[in-house]
Design a protein around this ligand. Sequence first.
Ligand code: ATP
Ligand code: ZN
Length: 483
Amino acid sequence: LGDAATLHITIAHTNDVHGHIDENKSSKEFGYAKIATLIKQMRAENPNFLLMDAGDTFQGTVFANLFKGESIVPILNALKYNTQAAGNHDFDFGYEQLVKLKGMVDHPIISSNVFKKEDGTELLQPVYYTEIGGKTFAFLGFTTDETPIVTHPDNVKALTFKNPIEVAKQMVPELKKKVDHVVVVCHDGIEVDREMARAVPGIDLIIGGHSHTRLTEPEHINGTYIVQDWEYGKSLGRADLYYLNDELVGFTGGLLEYDEKVQADPEVEKLVQNVVSHIDKELDAVIAKSEVKLEGERTIVRTQETNLGNLIADALLDKTKSIAGYEADVALINGGGVRATVNAGDVTKKSLYDVLPFPNTLVVTELTGSELQAAIENGVSKVEIAEGRFPQISGMSFAYSKNKPAGQRVLELKVNGQPVDPNKTYKVATNDFIVAGGDGYSMMMDKKSFNTGFTLYDVLEEFFMKRGTLSPSVEERIVEVNG
Ligand code: ATP
Ligand code: ZN
């Protein structure tokens, strides 16, 4: 190669960093300062360099959440991203906050399938255009159209999320008329990425996210390459594209996985430590001791009863006992709202924030026994694929069977030890995510309900402090049977 008709570009890419800004040796996460060093090296190697992020960038840890994502901005700016796609969790502080963040970063935040209901216009810039080595490139952004279900519905009420594949079918042929090359940067999950590659010809590369896929080998479907960079800064994705006379003739891609020996970039490290130290002072406070590990691992808490799920549901139920007129009979939360495990030993404020990063509030709602049964059915309807809807409960128990079709799985629902009465009204302690219809709990929407305004975090912290020492267990509130 080397003559005028050849072009080599290098793209580094991240996704689902979720506020993991600082190095974590035990979880093998680089942190942004070490990622910055890798990026600098690539930039020095190849001037035709681009840096992309495929979303879920502003939310996930206290370092991000306590500042509604604004603490991440100086770091992204120091790394000099070319563009980033909006992920579902980038809407977690409300779409207005995402618009504010868009105004704070030096690069565009893109998505071509998110529209304002009010006037039908796009919320974000749909495409990032740039020229590299004399060639024009369009980077087309997408956000998962599941966002209204998997994010607090209130945050995106004013928006419409169109199907990314349908939008790509329209946009890609148009872009191909205008530019030499089209690349997609999206937060849709690997399944949708594959479907897009099959359904929409003409995309050189899809830089994905959302499914947290450790894609060590790029996929190649129907002429389109697909890459994704795992999660939490455990690796940095790198893709090299070689063009000859405008044709993509060579491609390598893969992940630079965690290596402790990489040196932290001092400038970025300073920015990171600024955020960390700000938080540490307040959040290192110990609020309780746990004699056991509190289980919040996502594949577990989304498929079975866990001791931490029980503890949180107990805390909600307990809290309602002090609110006259709203003393609940049972509590139900979505397992997907439990976002981390806490190890045995000291429980700090920070570890609790990692468990409950969402600014959710405690709601008491009234359901009939049959509605409660329907809610539990919804909770176990997708247990095979570990969706966030799996219930963690208190004050009730049930058995279920995966062998039955969804909707007929719950065999034996008991409230306070008694079989549920389909006609009786029960007070249910839950969170505002669920009563807004999140995670498919539409049967809990629009019922007589009371939002206490207490955040789940505060309720849990109070409960922990009151107890002092914790040793919760799994106690057959939820039993899977082979019926
Ligand atoms: P990613 O970070 O890539 O989006 P994720 O774990 O957030 O991954 P999903 O696996 O789709 O994405 O998890 C979404 C789940 O998170 C929802 O199903 C729900 O259970 C939970 N969730 C999201 N937002 C909230 C919220 N505000 N309150 C409670 N639970 C929430
Ligand atoms: Zn996501």
